[in-house]
Design a protein around this ligand. Structure first.
Ligand code: ADP
Ligand code: MG
Length: 238
């Protein structure tokens, strides 16, 4: 059953149309990778699904569990169980890592979430979410917090970017745990080796999903068909 359905969304910024009639379906408990080169609109898609300030489709519908959510604000979508791990984590400046990880459940033990992303709880639980944490540390803590939130739908925007030491295995653990807890995952990446861990993958290009299928097939397509040539309409749906 579809958890998220995007039907023909178009989204313009003053200079250009980022999406033209983009459609995408993410099933329940599915890990769905979105592959696309830099600048193809992957983060924009994440913001449109999450309902970030200012991100409203010009046309088309976004449905979650069968209900149109276009008009819902970010916090209302969060209440439905949608969450986003930002490419550049920005949230909750100034609170402790411990408090950040128990936002949903004050009784929870936050340590396993940190261990899952390769951080020692005794070193990090008392730290403050501020500039003293490196970008990679923030990114790991952000991923840990997504698992702690126990969402129905987790959007991970390039979970591997900016993290020197976070191995693919750590990311796999995070995704496997989300899935085990019943979540669907939209795994945004520009690396085909990350996309390969998904159940299905879609390639985004030229404002549309041009190809959806088994990750190996889509990754092969992604490697061999450069996005630039899509403007000549050589991409096909499979
Ligand atoms: P990706 O995450 O795939 O690298 P983005 O979603 O960040 O791509 O951006 C897609 C394209 O849209 C980029 O060319 C970016 O510069 C442009 N873009 C995104 N938001 C805006 C905006 N508010 N105004 C103008 N251009 C934007
Ligand atoms: Mg991006």
């Amino acid at each position: 059953m579809a958890l998220l359905k995007i039907k023909n969304i178009t989204y313009r910024v003053p200079e250009k149309e980022i999406f033209s009639n983009l459609s995408l379906v993410v099933e329940k408990e599915e890990v769905h990778a979105i592959l696309g080169k830099n600048g193809t609109g992957k983060s924009t898609l994440a913001y449109l699904i999450m309902g970030c300030e200012g991100y409203v489709p010009d046309s088309g519908k976004i449905l979650f569990e069968g209900k149109v959510i276009n008009g819902l604000k970010l916090h209302e979508r969060a209440q439905l169980g949608i969450t986003l791990a930002w490419q550049e984590p920005v949230r909750f400046e100034g609170i402790s890592v411990r408090d950040f990880l128990i936002l949903k459940n004050k009784e929870a033990d936050p340590s396993p979430y940190l261990e899952m992303v390769g951080l020692l709880p005794e070193l990090y639980l008392g730290r403050i979410m501020d500039k003293t944490l490196s970008g990679g540390e923030r990114k790991r803590i952000e991923l840990a917090s997504i698992v702690a939130l126990q969402p129905k739908f987790a959007i991970l925007d390039e979970p591997d970017s900016g993290i020197d030491m976070l191995s693919i295995q750590d990311i796999l653990n995070v995704i496997a745990t989300l899935k085990k807890n019943g979540a669907s995952v939209l795994l945004i990446t520009h690396r085909e080796e990350i996309a390969k861990i998904a159940d299905r993958a879609s390639q985004i290009c030229n404002g549309k999903i041009v190809c959806t299928g088994a990750p190996d097939n889509v990754a092969e397509y992604y490697k061999t068909r450069k996005c630039e040539i899509c403007s000549s309409e050589e991409c096909v749906y499979v």
